[in-house]
Design a protein around this ligand. Structure first.
Ligand code: ATP
Ligand code: MG
Length: 139
């Protein structure tokens, strides 16, 4: 599956989160890419809101990973920006097969994401509030 979505505003990003949240299940990875400020964390915040997470969501750039629980699902929000190919994601992710995992800058680390159901979500900034998003999965 490959899909392209044009977003005109933050409102559209929220709408996209409403669609994407249907794919949030145990063992699933959302693999986010796109340059600094593209909107990976912003989209993640909307996803977590849709999942019913009420606490405030902050970028995990410095802490590497934040965990949330909506009562039925554990959600790992990770930012691999400061990690390298020598880092092992399993030091952070304890039960990825049971959790819903969102990884920003996923390509910075070597990890066999294809062992899990994954969706690659790339965001390109095309203007102040406009974005081009591509969503890809293997089936
Ligand atoms: N349609 C939009 N979707 C997402 N973000 C938008 C949109 N329009 C404007 N923005 C703004 O763009 C910025 C995106 O920043 P954000 O922290 O989400 O980027 P990021 O991709 O996570 O960057 P980093 O690589 O530094 O983690 C925010 O200030 C957000 O308000
Ligand atoms: Mg971010």
């Amino acid at each position: 599956m490959r899909k392209e979505v044009e977003l005109a505003s933050l409102e559209d990003t929220k709408k996209l989160a409403k669609e994407l949240v249907k794919l949030a299940k145990p063992g699933v990875f959302f693999l986010m890419s796109g340059y600094l400020g593209a909107g990976k964390t912003t989209l993640t915040k909307s996803l977590l809101k849709e999942l019913g997470v009420e606490e405030s969501v902050t970028s995990p750039t410095f802490v590497i990973m934040n965990q949330y629980d909506n009562g039925s699902l554990n959600i790992n929000h990770m930012d691999a920006y400061r990690l390298t190919k020598n880092d092992d994601l399993y030091l952070y992710l304890e039960t990825p097969e049971q959790d819903f995992n969102i990884i920003e800058w996923y390509d910075n680390v070597d990890f066999d994401y294809d062992n899990y159901k994954n969706y690659k979500i790339n965001i390109t900034k095309t203007g102040d509030t406009t974005r081009l998003v591509t969503i890809e999965s293997r089936d």
